[in-house]
Design a protein around this ligand. Structure first.
Ligand code: GLN
Length: 288
């Protein structure tokens, strides 16, 4: 079925009906208002006042493809190209994971821990959109922050976010699994943080289509036979490059918590396991 005219009232009615097949009418209204706001700069409270206005064919196409993408499970953050992380607004695309609330919680715990003695040097491994590194830099402006990722397109996105937020973070392309990768990092850090891939392929049936179909698998999955692959490499590096008393924070797979503790214990003087707001084991914190 075609939209009956380019009048906003007709466009609105047409796509509301489409969205309502999948979402409740309240949700559909909310989504559509967001699209009109984002793509056509018509704020939600002005939409009804503009019902009699006509939009151009290219404006109609923007709404059309946004609805189509959403109907095929594309996450709304990728459609809009923006998302929020704590108090930052970030650009986001399919080269990086959409930041999760658990990861906001990780950063918030780190900020709390360093409230009275800001870290001098911070390293974020597997930075993706740059969310962790940028949020830490915005809270600790005096800290020097480095962030690495194996994906050059993720680093490009993270750099774009840093530029937009006017935050100085040193982003580098570096594959943590490749011990030969040339690098330009300082020798010592006071804080190393990472949210590496931790989902096992066997856990796929528990995941949602929008995650599986659109988010980068390289940022999610770890080989079935080596769930701690990234953690071991990072812990090894942290053991060598944390200052005495330096902190290592991880976001982890709750099913791996005993193995994680066993792996970390010999290397660090202290390791604790921490639950997230869903009361699932989600973080480890170790002190060198
Ligand atoms: N928490 C993410 C998810 O549930 C996984 C993040 C990761 O692998 N680091 O999809």
């Amino acid at each position: 079925m075609k939209v009956s005219s380019n009048k906003i009232t007709d466009v609105y009615a047409h796509y509301l009906a489409q969205l309502s097949v999948k979402w409740s009418s309240q949700e559909s209204t909310g989504i559509l208002k967001q699209f009109f706001h984002h793509f056509l700069q018509i704020p939600p409270h002005q939409l009804v006042h503009n019902f009699e206005k006509r939009i151009s064919e290219s404006q109609l196409l923007l709404i059309h493809f946004a609805v189509k993408d959403l109907m095929s499970n594309k996450p709304i953050q990728y459609i809009l190209g923006v998302t929020s992380f704590l108090d930052l607004e970030l650009h986001i695309n399919e080269n990086a994971l959409i930041p999760r609330p658990e990861t906001e919680e990780l950063v918030s715990k780190i900020i709390h821990q360093f409230a009275n003695h800001h870290p001098q040097r911070i390293l974020d491994i597997g930075t993706g959109s740059g969310c962790i590194a940028l949020a830490l830099k915005s809270k600790f402006p005096e800290s020097e922050v480095w962030a690495v990722d194996f994906s050059s397109s993720a680093i490009e996105l993270a750099q774009k976010n840093a530029d937009a937020l006017q935050l100085k973070v040193n982003f580098l392309i570096l594959d943590i699994l490749d011990s030969n990768s040339t690098e330009d990092l300082p020798e010592k850090f006071d804080l190393i943080v990472s949210n590496p891939p931790y989902v096992l392929p066997s856990e796929k049936p528990l995941m949602q289509a929008n995650v599986l179909d659109y988010e980068p698998h390289a940022a999610l999955f770890v080989p079935e036979n080596d769930p701690l692959l990234f953690y071991r490499k990072i812990a090894q590096r942290a053991n060598a490059s944390l200052t005495e008393g330096g902190h290592l924070w991880f976001e982890i797979n709750e099913n791996q918590s005993p193995a994680m503790q066993e792996m970390l214990q010999p290397w660090f003087q202290f390791t604790e396991v921490i639950h997230d707001f869903r009361d699932r084991i989600r973080f480890t914190h170790s002190i060198k």
